[in-house]
Design a binder for this molecule. Structure first.
Ligand code: GLA
Length: 379
């Protein structure tokens, strides 16, 4: 999005130039899926797709927001009474974050906002987290609020949990706020400790959008979360982060089979995430490759969040990459995207195999984005 178009559209709607333009990126997760709300480890990168929010202050206590990507629909609400909007679903991300921000830092007034973004929606690349973080960045910058990236991420998550109704973890908002250019980020979701880790020059992040629109995401997502909590409680630990495979095997006989498998995914995924992030640092791509492959199988068989077209993409791309790179589903699941870490000289072959085989096998057309890792909104 060029700032020129954003500014002139803002001018058109609000009769003045914006004071600032905030930006927050979407993300791709390299490994560590559904581990965040189990207080485990994730390894995402912020990507060069995101949300832009042009903003200026108003002298009343109203927020007015215009969504360029929804036919310039407008939504307006008073800061003193923020309710869920049944009609304009997209507006609830704004309403939710403004509400939780107000509870936490009441020292701000009204704003005019214009929003646009290019994160594909419903693709598991965190378009909603990038929207939330961009709004928080815009308002906090306008009113010079003492909001840092971690706090912003926690507010975004809170808005999503309490206002929008998805029990998501902290990964998406935190990487959108705190990612670094050229880096992936190992995040300990228990302590919120962050370790930035350079991505190798030899490889590219290739995202393949299956274009299977995610169905039943929120209900299935919330169900997975409940099953994980049940697993932790049966194992007598506060979260699955505290569990290990020996404990799980010992308790197996007393656990529902599905809960056992959900817990096995989380426990093994945490170990794989640590292993893969370390291996990437050491340039040991073969280990990264194996960890990503095992992660996919675990999401497919134990956590049951993949769909057949996604499994197929992983199979055909894996045949091209072998141990020279890695491939797995990324994000919450039930459709969405596959992420490949591909050596630069194999990117074309990845594109080719998808073009040659994916549509014929599944009836879906894939989109492919070769991404770079970018800077978070508060980094
Ligand atoms: C969604 C959630 C995240 C995380 C992932 C799965 O993106 O918003 O918190 O749980 O799914 O790893």
């Amino acid at each position: 999005m060029d700032n020129q178009t954003l500014s002139s559209t803002f001018q058109q709607y609000y009769g003045e130039a914006p004071t600032l333009v905030a930006h927050a990126p979407g993300r791709v997760n390299l490994i560590g899926e559904h581990t965040d709300y189990n207080e485990g480890f994730v390894f995402p990168a912020a990507i060069n797709f995101g949300t832009w929010v042009a903003a200026s202050k108003r002298d009343d206590n109203e927020i007015s927001v215009t969504a360029m990507d929804y036919d310039n629909q407008q939504n307006q609400f008073a800061l003193s009474d923020i309710q869920y909007d049944e009609e304009q679903g997209w507006a609830n991300y704004v309403r939710g974050v403004v509400k939780v921000l107000k509870e936490s830092m009441p020292e701000f007034g009204g704003a005019n906002l214009l929003v646009t973004g290019n994160v594909p929606q419903g693709a598991g690349l965190s378009s909603s987290a990038s929207f939330e973080v961009a709004i928080l960045k815009a308002i906090s910058a306008l009113y010079e609020l003492p909001l840092d990236g971690v706090k912003a991420a926690l507010l975004g998550q809170k808005a999503e949990n309490t206002f929008v109704g998805c029990s998501c973890g902290i990964m998406d908002q935190l990487i959108s706020a705190m990612g670094n250019e050229g880096m992936a980020m190992l995040l300990d979701c228990q302590s919120l400790a962050i370790e930035h880790s350079p991505l190798p020059d030899s490889h590219q992040i290739v995202i393949i959008n299956s274009n299977v629109k995610r169905g039943l995401v929120d209900s299935e997502y919330n169900l997975r979360r409940q099953q994980c909590e049940q697993g932790a409680s049966l194992l007598g630990v506060a979260s699955l982060r505290e569990a290990n495979i020996d404990m799980l095997e010992t308790a197996k006989a007393h656990m529902p089979e599905v809960v056992y498998r959900r817990a096995r995914h989380i426990i093994t995924e945490n170990a794989r995430t640590l292993k893969a992030s370390q291996a990437l640092k050491n340039g040991d791509i073969a280990t990264v490759s194996k960890a990503m492959a095992e992660s996919h199988v675990s999401m497919r068989d134990d956590f049951e969040i993949t769909v057949r077209p996604i499994d197929y993409l992983v199979e055909i791309i894996d045949e091209v990459l072998g141990t020279s790179g890695g491939v797995r589903m990324t994000g919450g699941g039930f459709g969405g995207c596959v992420v490949a870490l591909a050596p630069t000289d194999k990117v074309e072959a990845v594109k080719q195999v998808v073009a040659n085989k994916y549509f014929d096998e599944t009836g879906y057309n894939a989109d492919i984005y070769v991404c770079t890792a970018t800077q978070g909104a508060f980094a």
